[in-house]
Design a protein around this ligand. Structure first.
Ligand code: TRP
Ligand code: SF4
Length: 428
């Protein structure tokens, strides 16, 4: 029986591990994804390749919440709040145009769900200042923007903690983000752990755990106790993994019991908040028109709603390898920003054609750019057609966000109820 179960367990846990999901803290109970984006206005191809394409894929694999984080925008743009509103609607239209599907994912605005703010406040009670001060994003950004505005504010220091609240309010098991955001997800994990450690122990925890273990059935209960012992006394990590998979695989226990067992297995209390995994976006970074990262502040972008003539003009005037002064001078693709885009857009044969033609001066730069222009136009055409539909139908966009809010709020409310209970904030 034990062997059989172990086989079952390994069959269960492997695909989860491979996908980088959180088989740790909360097991596979939620497989839920949450991500957020600051409303910076119209999006560009960098957002599309770096983030949105990934969201579009994830929305059909997991329950996804995509949040427009307007409060995060306020932490840096507190002096121009009027911009945020317009940016929100422009950004939602671009999400939808890029293929984010409101029947598959929940799209909502952070400030529509005040539970984020409540959780942020409650978490702030247990967050050591040093955890926030050591965030690399904090000092870097503060310095980068120091000539424009004063970011030595309470709100800006709390930026990563607000992000933690966004994530924890939904028990998100994974958070798709770029590398720069990984420290924020790591902070979120630390906060969840600290919270669970401080407030996870119910007064009758031991008794409830006993009941839950009983429900596993005799054989599984025995196996569970053995695994717990092997992990806690001998530090066997494999026993921990197997124990988690065992808890995941049992069908007939409640969510609360599952959390108690996971907590007991690890030696803490009940896990109230879920530790999220970082789901690093793997897509190659799309460089901007000048070869640097595509970013509005560098003025090197192609917007998702860029007119086709403008796409053409922008690519045609892109700088190339400076060594190619004349058409007859050979060039080196590695020194040319156009090549960075070909690497994303061109098929292998075109890539070969570029490399050979460039190095032998067999092709001219305009010639080289043509397949790129065609590929980008082709990619943008369906996106722009969808954007137009939503532009012409603002009430549809409002409704999508209102529906997202409903689901988001129900979920966040339930979490906050548990959090308040754990923190003894229910007075009657
Ligand atoms: N800080 C993130 C960024 O700048 C945006 C964000 C806010 C976020 N809340 C989040 C991302 C929650 C993921 C999950 O990109
Ligand atoms: Fe760049 Fe293409 Fe010109 Fe070579 S031929 S320098 S890759 S644009």
């Amino acid at each position: 029986m034990c062997r059989l179960l172990c086989v079952q367990v390994s069959r269960l846990s492997k695909p989860l591990l491979r996908r980088g999901f959180n088989v740790s803290a909360a097991g596979n109970r939620h497989q839920r994804v949450l991500s957020g984006m600051r409303p910076t206005g119209r999006l560009h191809l960098g957002h599309y390749h770096g983030t949105l394409k990934n969201w579009v894929k994830l929305q059909y694999q997991h329950e996804c919440f995509f949040c427009i984080v307007d409060w995060h925008a306020l932490t840096t743009h507190y002096d121009e709040p009027q911009l945020i509103e317009e940016n929100i609607w422009d950004m939602v239209i671009d999400w939808l145009a890029a293929g984010v599907d409101p029947s598959a994912a929940h799209l909502f605005i952070q400030s529509h769900v005040p539970e984020h703010a409540e959780l942020h406040l409650l978490l702030s009670m247990i967050t050591p200042l040093s955890w926030l001060e050591r965030m690399p994003t904090y000092r870097d950004q503060q310095e980068a923007l120091s000539d424009q505005k004063d970011l030595s504010t309470y709100g800006f220091l709390g930026y990563p903690l607000l992000q933690s609240a966004d994530i924890l309010a939904y028990h998100a098991s994974s958070v798709p983000v770029g590398e720069d955001q990984a420290p924020h997800v790591e902070l979120t994990r630390e906060i969840a752990r600290r919270f669970n450690h401080l407030y996870g122990r119910e007064p009758d925890f031991a008794e409830k755990v006993d009941n839950a273990v009983h429900k596993l059935g005799k054989k599984n209960a025995k196996l569970y106790s053995q695994l717990r012992k092997n992990y806690q006394e001998k530090g066997e990590h494999e026993a921990l993994e197997t124990g988690r998979a065992l808890i995941d695989s049992v069908q007939n226990i409640s969510l609360g019991d599952r959390e108690r067992l996971l907590g007991d297995l690890e030696g803490s209390g009940k896990l109230i908040l879920t530790e999220p995994e970082t789901l690093l976006t793997e897509t190659p970074k799309l460089p901007g028109l000048d070869g640097r990262k595509m970013s509005k502040s560098y003025h090197n972008t192609i917007a998702l709603r860029e007119a086709p003539e403008s796409v053409e003009e922008k690519i045609r005037t892109m700088p190339t390898d400076p060594a190619r002064v004349r058409r007859t001078d050979p060039g080196e693709p590695e020194k040319c920003p156009v090549w960075g885009l070909h690497k994303v857009y061109a098929k292998e044969d075109t890539q070969k054609w570029v490399q050979q033609g460039c190095r032998s001066a067999g092709i001219g730069c305009l010639e080289c750019k043509q397949p790129l222009i065609d590929a980008i136009k082709k990619e943008l055409a369906p996106i722009q057609a969808r954007a137009k539909e939503y532009e012409e139908n603002p009430s549809l966009v409002r409704n999508i966000v209102a529906e997202g809010r409903e689901v988001a709020q129900d979920t966040a409310r339930a979490t906050l109820k548990e959090v308040r209970q754990a923190m003894h904030l229910i007075y009657q």
